[in-house]
Design a protein. Structure first.
Lengths: 237, 393
């Protein structure tokens, strides 16, 4: 009788050990699968961000096709048809991140978050090797992708921004003028423009695309001849 | 005292048998509960790994193929590559183990693109299509104060002529405006005239390396020079590329004599009617021929469709050839009309013990013994339309 009493409760120990083993296995599976879900989610939003950036570049190119004087967007005298309010207003992304367009502009123009001086923008660097002809990026289109795309809204959480800048082939030292004169030397950068699109979304998704576009006319001597655009280069950055 | 001793003399046979049976029953139940859980535990990490390798393969391929055809942005050659040379090749291009001209493989792709910010110049002196020095002219877009226009040793350059001719070189040394070049494509007797474009470029080949003897099935990258191949993803069970094409043949936008391009919707501008830079008749090249009125008309057929058309590999190695049939680096002119690439990647479990018999679920058979401990091959197809292959807007 005393022996049986000593062994009472061993089933509880066995059951507890089995439960702990199952718990460990289950916890490991949860960690593996939830990590996998997060990775797959980031992969998906990253791809969507790239397509959103490409979309805003395409939209900008379509708008620029009808602009005969590209000094207007370069100087800030005109912007795209779609902008969502003052640049200084904060944009709140769906994951709580706050987007500051002026910071975005500064980062593009001189690599700093604070306002850029002329000296900083004229600095010759690997990314901006043209000195006084370095592009001065200007915001052209910015807003929620859903608003830019028009109805029906697809529920996209992405905020997109397009900027324009003068290309590095310019030799006029006036990055806010397209194809300015430089003595008698022809300006090889005339009617060539840089378009930069960026998209921001949930989970810190951020992708960018930059395109170099050139305008030409079927008959260059006839200014009424329809203007066409040509994408020289298009790349993700 | 006696009664206690009697109680401690041991278990009877009956007690032992009953106890053993009960223990067996309990332990059997416990292990039955644990077995599927252990199976899931052993396969879940591998399943995640297969998915991760699939994502890596697709990301690397998409990013590279997405750049295909991005061209120089300065100088006389400014424009997407498809206005001069093909940007996508269904074979391996480069200095080491290049596929022979006329090859079209389903499991290999080579992509050419000019990187954003790449250095670009023109030749100041003629350049032979073989290793040797090249002298360049500086232009306003060259980095300020750099006598070499930014070119550095170790980079790869593309030299483009008219008529669809191109050669790839590695820059081995730089001194002022003289670049020492090592030829990465096949030597020829052709000499590029002064003024030809010389541009920093990327050439990247992806292919399936299938080495059954060493159980190596890898997605491998090769960058076209003397460098080694680099494995990208292991245990790739299958890799294939398909191509879709612009159905319309190329057409002229402007006269060949117009000083500024673009002259064609795609493909190289034909020479002036009296010029014969290739073995094609005067005024013609691999994509244009002269009609009865001596005007350029397309040499490539109209594929009679309103959307992109599938191009079988057999159509990518049957000519006409650019620059011409005698060019040792010739490519099929149909490659100039490629607008979309479809990639299919299939990844398998790395351990044979997690793969079942070869068939629908497993490209390569394994040694798995139970259906609860297998990781099925993961396959994904990706359609890409690189923006640089659609230059007109």
């Amino acid at each position: 009788m005393s022996v049986w009493r000593q062994e009472r409760g061993v089933a509880l120990v066995v059951a507890a050990m089995a439960m702990m083993l199952l718990l460990a296995i289950g916890a490991t599976l949860i960690v593996v699968t939830s990590s996998e879900t997060a990775i797959a989610g980031n992969f998906r939003t990253g791809g969507e961000a790239l397509h959103a950036a490409a979309a805003v570049v395409e939209r900008t190119i379509a708008e620029l096709r009808d602009v005969s004087d590209w000094t207007l967007p370069l100087s800030g005298a005109m912007t795209g048809a779609a902008t969502d309010g003052p640049i200084s207003a904060a944009r709140h992304l769906s994951d709580g991140t706050v987007l500051d367009l002026s910071v975005l502009l500064n980062l593009a123009n001189c690599g700093r978050r604070t306002p850029c001086t002329s000296t900083a923008m004229n600095l010759t660097t690997i990314a901006r090797p043209w000195g006084v002809n370095n592009p001065r990026w200007r915001l052209f289109t910015y807003g929620w992708l859903d608003d830019l795309a028009g109805p029906p809204a697809q529920g996209s959480p992405f905020y997109v921004v397009a900027m324009v800048g003068d290309d590095g082939a310019e030799n006029d030292g006036e990055p806010e003028v397209d194809g300015g004169t430089h003595g008698a030397v022809p300006n090889p950068g005339a009617r060539v423009l840089l378009v930069r699109g960026e998209a921001f979304g949930p989970r810190g998704a951020h992708r960018g695309v930059e395109a170099v576009i050139a305008a030409y006319r079927m008959d260059e001597l006839d200014p009424t001849s329809p203007q066409r655009l040509h994408v020289r280069a298009w790349q993700e950055f | 005292m006696r009664s206690v001793h009697r109680e401690e003399t041991g278990f009877s046979l009956l007690e032992t048998v009953v106890a053993s049976a009960l223990l067996l029953l309990v332990m059997g139940s416990v292990f039955q509960a644990l077995n599927p859980a252990q199976g899931a535990l052993s396969t879940a990490p591998e399943r995640a790994d297969v998915q991760q390798r699939l994502r890596v393969a697709l990301t690397v391929l998409a990013r590279t193929i997405g750049h295909a055809g991005s061209g120089p942005v300065y100088g006389a050659a400014a424009g997407p590559l498809v206005e001069r040379v093909a940007a996508v090749f269904p074979y391996r291009v480069g200095r080491r183990n290049a596929d022979a001209p006329g090859t079209a493989r389903p499991d290999a792709i080579t992509v050419l693109w000019v990187e954003r910010g790449a250095h670009q110049a023109s030749l100041a002196q003629p350049l032979a299509a073989s290793s040797g020095p090249a002298v360049i002219s500086l232009a306003s877009h060259c980095p300020q104060g750099d006598p070499s226009c930014g070119f550095t040793a170790g980079s790869m350059v593309l030299v483009m002529g008219d008529a669809g001719r191109f050669d790839l070189f590695s820059v081995t040394a730089v001194q002022a405006t003289t670049l020492t070049l090592q030829h990465n494509t096949r030597d020829s007797l052709f000499v590029y005239p002064a003024g030809s474009a010389i541009v920093e470029v990327h050439s990247r080949t992806f292919f399936l390396k299938a080495d059954a003897a060493n159980d190596q099935f890898q997605l491998v990258r090769y960058d076209g020079d003397d460098g080694a191949e680099a494995p990208v993803v292991d245990h790739v069970a299958a890799l294939s590329f398909r191509y879709r094409a612009e159905p319309l043949p190329p057409r002229m936008i402007k006269s060949v004599t117009d000083p500024n391009g673009p002259w064609t919707t795609y493909g190289p501008r034909p020479p002036a009617p009296i010029e014969q830079p290739t073995s094609f008749p005067p005024g013609e090249n691999c994509v244009f021929q002269l009609d009865g009125a001596s005007n350029p008309s397309p040499r490539l057929p109209d594929l009679s469709a309103s959307t992109l058309v599938d191009l079988p590999l057999s159509q990518l190695n049957d000519g006409p050839w650019c620059a011409d049939e005698a060019d040792p680096n010739r490519f099929d002119a149909d490659l100039l009309r490629v607008r979309a690439v479809t990639v299919a990647v299939r990844i398998e479990a790395s351990a044979a013990s997690l793969r079942g018999p070869a068939g629908l679920l497993f490209a390569r058979g394994g040694t798995a013994r139970g259906a609860d401990r297998v990781v099925v091959d993961a396959e994904q197809t990706l359609d890409m339309t690189p923006p640089n292959l659609f230059p007109g807007r």
